[in-house]
Write a protein that binds this ligand. Structure first.
Ligand SMILES: [Mn+2]
Length: 304
């Protein structure tokens, strides 16, 4: 029996380089996310949207744009995700830009520590999101959450889970990566992150990639998926601020989601960076709903 689901909206683009991800949660609702999950027999509650500071659209200070507001939004996300997990719910965070993965996964890490669970994080993204304030070309904090989770970043962000670092880098698998800044690349290698980039997926296929990314999960593992919509190939998913050519196709993305569903270990999910201002007739939101259905066990094929 699958866990009951809680939808949590975080309508902000505070960490992004373009405006519009603040409308992501509503676009997912308009695309029928709750009804789609309920059609598969899942119990779903929509907790509505979190509140936080507005986006003042300021230049970076010490390499960070809007750090105080980013901290406030992440604290709200952390608290809401943790409360849902403590009620035995499976929370789905509707972003909002990807800086909020920090608050979300900090809550998951805290919860796993308290309940003695192992944690595996799948980071589906075109970008490694492993910048620091000295490496970042933009100061946009949506390029920094993975580094912060590994203990590299400002104290107010790296300490949110109650322990620094929030994650052991060995718990993370990045999939779909195809745009990494030069300094960021060095830091990813130094940290020892396991990255399945697009070259790997091209050569080895999505099936083999996911078999490795999901290897060694067991009954005590909490699987968290942080899904940046820019993971997908831009022609099928134009509604994001940071498209990068050459992402997974529709079928590759479906296979990725179906293989995650097959593990039965999914415990929490982020759906991030959907930008309706850049979308075409809400097609990216509708695709995201389709893929989330697969993540919860819908088969597009002949299987039961
Ligand atoms: Mn991202």
């Amino acid at each position: 029996m699958a866990a009951a689901i809680s939808l949590i909206g975080a309508p902000t683009d505070i960490g992004a380089g373009s405006l519009g991800a603040r409308m992501g949660p509503e676009a997912m609702r308009v695309a029928g996310l709750q009804a789609a999950l309920e059609r598969h027999g899942l119990q779903v509650e929509d907790l509505g949207n979190l509140a936080g500071p507005p986006n003042p659209w300021q230049p970076p200070v010490d390499g960070y744009r809007h750090l105080d507001a980013v901290v406030a939004w992440n604290q709200a996300v952390h608290d809401a995700m943790l409360a849902a997990l403590q009620r035995q719910r499976l929370p789905i965070l509707l972003g909002g830009d990807h800086c909020l993965g920090l608050g979300s996964i900090s809550a998951v890490a805290r919860h796993c520590r308290a309940t003695g669970k192992k944690l595996r994080v799948l980071w589906l993204d075109a970008h490694a999101d492993f910048n620091t304030n000295s490496l970042t070309p933009s100061g946009n904090i949506h390029g920094m959450p993975v580094a912060c989770l590994c203990g590299l970043g400002p104290q107010a962000l790296i300490g949110m889970s109650g322990q620094v670092p929030a994650l052991n880098p060995k718990w993370i698998r990045q999939i779909g990566i195809r745009s990494v800044d030069p300094g960021e690349k060095r830091l990813v290698h130094q940290t020892g992150l396991e990255v399945f980039d697009m070259r790997y997926i091209d050569e080895m296929g999505m099936r083999h990639t996911m078999e490795l990314a999901l290897a060694t999960l067991d009954a005590q593992t909490h699987l968290h998926v942080s899904f940046d919509v820019d993971f997908l190939d831009p022609p099928i998913a134009p509604g994001v601020g940071t498209t990068v050519p050459g992402g997974p196709t529709y079928r590759e993305a479906q296979l990725c989601m179906e293989m995650i569903a097959d593990t039965g270990r999914l415990g929490s999910l982020d759906v991030m960076e959907l930008n309706p201002a850049l979308d075409v007739r809400n097609q990216t939101a509708e695709l995201a709903v389709d893929l989330i259905e697969s993540l919860f066990g819908k088969s597009t094929l002949m299987r039961a």
